[in-house]
Design a protein around this ligand. Sequence first.
Ligand code: PMP
Length: 424
Amino acid sequence: MNSTLEKRRKVLSSSLSLSYTKPLHIVRGSGQYLYDKNGVKYLDGINNIQHVGHAHPRISTAAYKQLQILNTNTRYLDQHVIDYAERLIKKLPRKLSVCFFTNSGSESNDLALRLARTYTQSSDIIVLEGAYHGHTESLINVSPYKYKGPGGFTPPKYVHEIPMPDIRKGFYNGSGAEKRYLKILSTEIDHITSQGKKPIFMFESFMGCGGQLPLPRQFLKRGHKLIKKSYGISIADEVQTGFGRLGNHFWAFDFFDIKPDIITLGKSMGNGFPLSAVITTKEIASRFDNGMEYFNSFGGNPVSSVVGNTVLKIIADEGLQENAKDVGQYLKRQLLELKLKNPIFGDVRGEGLFLGIEIVDLEQDKTPHPILANYIVNKMRDKSILLSVDGPKKNIIKIKPPLPFNRENADFLIENFYKVLLSL
Ligand code: PMP
C-alpha cells in the first residue's frame, strides 16, 4: 500500500475524506494546474479557494516580505488592515461598512450568528434545506447538509428549515413553484414574529454544497423584503461565491438586487491563506459593542491583510472577474450543447466559473444518479481533470476552478467529457 496513505490513516482522523477512488498525492501547484508526485499535470476544475491561481508569485512575495517585517495582532495601529478594510468596503453596498476579520468561513459564520443574535435578541433562524455554513457546533446546527446527513441529528428548536427552492426538482416543481417556496418562507417568518421574535435568515444566493443551485430570483428578492419588514436580519454567506467568481457581479447577492445586513467571506479571500471576514452595518456592529470585547489572535493581522489586499489587486490587474464571465459563458454554452446530445446531463446551471451539472438516470425517469456522477468524476480524474460531486443527492458535478481557467481549459474539459460519456 502507498505508505503516505498508511501514514495519513495513522495520524489523521478517518472522518477526513480523500478525493477520488485513486487518491492523489499533489506536490505542486501553478495557476489552474496541479502536479502530482510523479510529475503528472492536472487541470484543476474544482479549487475555488486558490481563486487567483495556485502558488501565485505576487502572493508568496507579499506574504514573505511582510512576515520579515511584522506580524502581530490588531490591538496596534496598522495601516495594512485599514487599507484592506477600505478596499473591501468599496466593493460593497454603502451600508455594509464595518469589517471583522477572522480565519475561516466557519469562524465568520459563527460570528455572524453572534452579531445577528445580539441585534435581534433572538436565536430563531431560517435556513434552506441542503445548506452548509460551516463545521463548528453552532454551524452544524444550522446546516441541514450535515445534520440531515450521515451521523446527523435533530437540530435545535430555534432552527427553522425550509425546503430548498429548487424549482426543477424540489419539493415543488414547475410553474407556481417559486411562489410556493416564498409562501413557506413567509409562513416561517410569521411563525417567528407571532412569538414576538425577529427572524434571522442565513442563505447562500447560489447554493454550493446544495448543488451549485442559484436561488430563484423572486424567492430571494421578495423573501429578503419580508425579512426586512419583520425587522429580521439577513446573513448572506458568500464564502463560496464571492470575489468575482460569478462573472457578472462581484458578489452572488448582487444578482438579486438585495442588500443583506451581514455578509460572510472566506475561502478565496486569502487564496488559501487562512483569511476570512464578516462585514456588516454600523448599527449592527455598534449593538455588538456591548462591553464584551471582540478579540481575535490572528484575524486581520498585517500578513493576512497584505495577502488579502494582494488577492484583490490581482483580481483587478488580471481581469479575473471578466475572465470568469467570458470563460464561464463559453463553457456553459458547450455544456448545454453536450446536454442536448447526452441527456445524462439533466441540468446545467450556475454563473461564471461556478457551474453545476446534474447527472440523472435515464432508465429511472431522470432521477438523480449519484453513482454515475461519481464514476464520471473519477474517469475525468484519470484524464487529469479534477472535479467533484455534491448536492443533496450527491449527483451534481461541480465546476469551480481557479479563475485563470481559460477557454483552452474549457475546450479540454468538454473534449474529455465527450470521451467519458462515449465510453459509458
Ligand atoms: N460557508 C459555505 C457556503 C461553505 O461552503 C463553507 C465551506 N465549504 C463554509 C461556510 C465553511 O468554511 P470553512 O471551511 O473555511 O470553515
